[in-house]
Design a protein around this ligand. Structure first.
Ligand SMILES: Nc1ncnc2c1ncn2[C@@H]1O[C@H](COP(=O)(O)OP(=O)(O)OP(=O)(O)O)[C@@H](O)[C@H]1O
Length: 314
């Protein structure tokens, strides 16, 4: 059964902003699903609708087959949502925080104790039990927040940018935690992130949103195949060199799609092998200095830029 089904959902705020404009998406039970999109694409609005915090204007939304509007209480009992605002109480201990959460969800005491022991073990939190929560690092507080939200045994866990601002070590620990939630508890994870690398390595399915709609949904592998074209990437010593080379090249070869990100210029054409020869020859003839050039397979980042960068789509 699908964990989440969203069909043709519209949501306009009172100020007239259309945040969702006929959105469709499907989340399979037990998968890690990542939602990507630029600021303002409508990701938070969708999470607010799915967690029953807001109501859609029209369209259908179901969680494990239950219509969200018709049966919000049943939906709430199956989900947990970890926002960027921590919900842990720094004055309570790690165990007290977890037990408090179980009381909110009316989990029987014995079952709550067992669940807490299990979560502490699975998430390697035992070594932190002896320290007060107020002394934990940001990364550990975030992990505790997620563990606490697992106390009610949710079937779907919503995580809103769980690794934002984390150092690499904390981020890896969080990735490991998400993988364990999926593997050990079978929980469906619905994640928003701005880190493409994170979505690529963790997700079973990725959905890229644009202007309140789904631009594309598929596995990381399927999405990379979406462009169906290799590209030629040339690296320059400075951003300015890359931009100047783009202008020169574009003036001669108007049929090429050329983008520049930092010091990297990407050229998309119908025949990359021919293009790389032409570009190298052009650089030598025009004495354009470059660091390196190669043919690359499309990355998730290329797909994301093509689908969300309005300049690149033109
Ligand atoms: N409460 C609100 N009232 C009016 N407009 C809103 C409200 N919340 C969001 N919006 C607008 O709706 C659109 C979608 O916003 P939303 O927060 O869902 O996007 P997002 O993809 O989550 O962005 P971000 O990545 O910045 O969090 C934006 O234009 C935003 O300004």
């Amino acid at each position: 059964m699908n964990a989440i089904q969203v069909q043709n959902v519209h949501k306009t705020y009172k100020n007239g902003i259309k945040a969702l404009n006929g959105l469709n998406l499907t989340v399979e039970s037990g998968e890690i699903f990542s939602l990507l999109g630029q600021n303002g694409a409508g990701k938070s609005t969708l999470i607010k609708l799915l967690t029953t915090y807001l109501k859609a204007d029209s369209g259908n939304m179901a969680v494990f087959g239950k219509d969200i509007r018709a049966d919000p209480l049943s939906v709430r009992s199956k989900i947990a949502c970890v926002s960027q605002q921590l919900s842990i109480d720094p004055h309570l201990s790690l165990k007290e925080n977890m037990m408090f959460q179980s009381e909110l969800y009316k989990v029987p005491q014995k079952q709550a104790n067992q669940r807490m022991e299990e979560l502490v073990k699975v998430f390697d939190l035992a070594s932190f039990l002896k320290y007060p929560v107020a002394s934990y690092s940001g990364g550990i507080k975030r992990r505790l927040d997620i563990a606490m939200n697992m106390m009610s045994g949710p079937k779907i866990l919503f995580l809103d940018e769980p690794t934002v601002g984390m150092d690499i070590q904390s981020r890896l620990a969080m990735w490991n935690m998400m993988k364990r939630i999926k593997a050990e508890f079978g929980t469906t994870i619905f994640l928003t992130t701005h880190y493409l690398e994170e979505a690529d390595s963790l997700s079973d399915t990725i959905c890229i949103m644009r202007d309140g709609q789904t631009a594309v949904q598929g596995s990381p592998f399927e999405l990379k195949g979406y462009l169906r074209q290799d590209s030629v990437k040339a690296v320059f010593y400075t951003k300015e060199h890359a931009k100047a080379a783009k202008e020169q090249l574009f003036n001669h070869f108007v049929e090429y799609k050329i983008t520049v990100q930092d010091t990297v210029m990407t050229v998309i054409s119908h025949d990359s092998r021919h293009t790389i020869q032409t570009v190298i020859q052009f650089f030598f003839e025009h004495q354009i200095l470059f660091k390196g050039i190669e043919i690359t397979q499309p990355s998730l980042e290329d797909v994301y830029i093509r689908l969300t960068d309005k300049e690149a789509i033109k």
